[in-house]
Design a binder for this molecule. Structure first.
Ligand SMILES: O=C(O)CCC(=O)C(=O)O
Ligand SMILES: [Fe+2]
Length: 357
């Protein structure tokens, strides 16, 4: 873990870099050869990302429900990632968030830099997860909004409305909160457990919104939009702005598989907390984002996580003689601190809790 304060050197803002055909990529963004995205990605893989029709799961226990639940279970088990359609979130609300987020990123840099991310924290504008002068930088600007403390109750989610978003962020977060709870009920059912088990176990969860803006990059073959990582949440929901370039890739069988956006769908993935709770039955899958030469990309990523007081450990239902606990019990606040004070590095975040064989 890095000690603070740390010297992270000068972090150039990717939106301020020169971006003509002859533009040179600053050396801090140029990845080592083995980390660079391969130019040819087999596109036939992309259709394999499961798409779940949530309206079928919401309908209750008819035949459609059972079929979709089988698909949902397989998605969690084999992919850790899926897209949901007919999710019930107002499409105008999603549009509005995209618009407000774009308005924020298009502000002059002086305005955005009024809310800088301090090293070791993850709230504000800039680059998070940078801890040394020689660390490679992501081709991305982030605006990370609010950590909802566990004492906050509806109807007001954010203690202060962050600049640019007004009440829309409250509405958005509350709608997604309902969706997260619903998804966790389906996760419980998919494991053959009481549907309320996660709500009972986790109580009031925390929520963070991270908005990622990836400007076009003259050399997408040399840089990474967001470094490979798994998410430190129970569940993550990702919204991609319409007409964004394709950027998200997940690591499956040692291959980076692109996630092809489906109109009006939301991408859901399993985070580290669910991997621990299910004792590894559902995995938080490593993913990254790459950039595009011509098009920019905007994603709004919401993380739903236990609050800082929660003790997390594999659920007794997931542990037996044949499946001994793979993770130790830990406090989520300590885990979170560990997560945000280390650089993003594949699946390393879960080493914090792993019981070595
Ligand atoms: O923008 C993306 O596609 C990925 C973002 C992501 O993985 C994250 O913010 O955790
Ligand atoms: Fe992520």
């Amino acid at each position: 873990m890095a000690g603070f304060p740390v010297n992270v050197g000068h972090i150039p803002d990717v939106q301020e870099l020169e971006n003509g055909p002859k533009a040179k990529i600053p050396v801090r963004f140029v990845r080592d050869v083995n980390e660079r995205p391969l130019p040819t990605i087999p596109s036939h893989f992309s259709s394999s990302i499961p798409v779940i029709d949530l309206s079928k799961l919401k309908k209750g226990k008819n035949e459609e429900f059972h079929d979709e639940m089988l698909k949902f279970t397989a998605s969690c088990e084999e992919w850790g990632f899926f897209q949901i359609i007919n999710h019930g979130i107002d499409l105008d609300l999603l549009d509005k968030m995209e618009k407000l987020a774009m308005e924020f990123f298009m502000l002059p840099i002086e305005e955005k830099q009024k809310y800088p991310i301090a090293p070791g924290t993850i709230q504000g504008y800039g680059q998070a997860f940078v801890f040394s002068e020689d660390q490679k930088l992501d081709w991305c600007n982030m605006y990370v909004l609010g950590i909802v403390p566990d004492y906050i109750r509806v109807p007001k989610l954010w203690t202060t409305n962050p600049p640019a978003f007004g009440n829309t962020l409250d509405t958005y977060s509350l709608e997604l909160r309902k969706l997260f709870k619903e998804l966790l009920r389906f996760v419980a059912l998919s494991l053959g457990l009481n549907e309320n088990i996660f709500e009972e176990m986790l109580g009031v969860c925390e929520q963070i919104v991270r908005i990622n803006y990836y400007p076009p990059c003259p050399r997408p073959d040399l840089v990474i939009g967001i470094s490979p990582h798994s998410d430190g949440s129970a569940l993550t929901l990702l919204q991609q702005r319409k007409d964004s370039s394709v950027g998200l890739q997940i690591l499956k069988n040692q291959t980076w598989v692109p996630v092809q956006p489906v109109p009006n769908a939301l991408v859901i993935n399993i985070g580290d907390t669910l991997e621990v709770l299910t004792n590894g039955r559902y995995k938080s899958v490593e993913h990254r984002a790459v950039t595009d030469k011509e098009n920019d990309r905007l994603t709004l990523v919401s993380f739903y996580s236990p609050n800082h007081h929660t003790e997390v450990a594999p659920m007794p239902e997931m542990v037996d003689e044949d499946n001994p606990a793979k993770y130790r019990k830990y406090n989520h606040g300590e885990y979170f601190k560990h997560y945000v004070t280390n650089k993003l590095h594949g699946k390393k975040s879960l080493d914090f809790a792993k019981i070595l064989p």
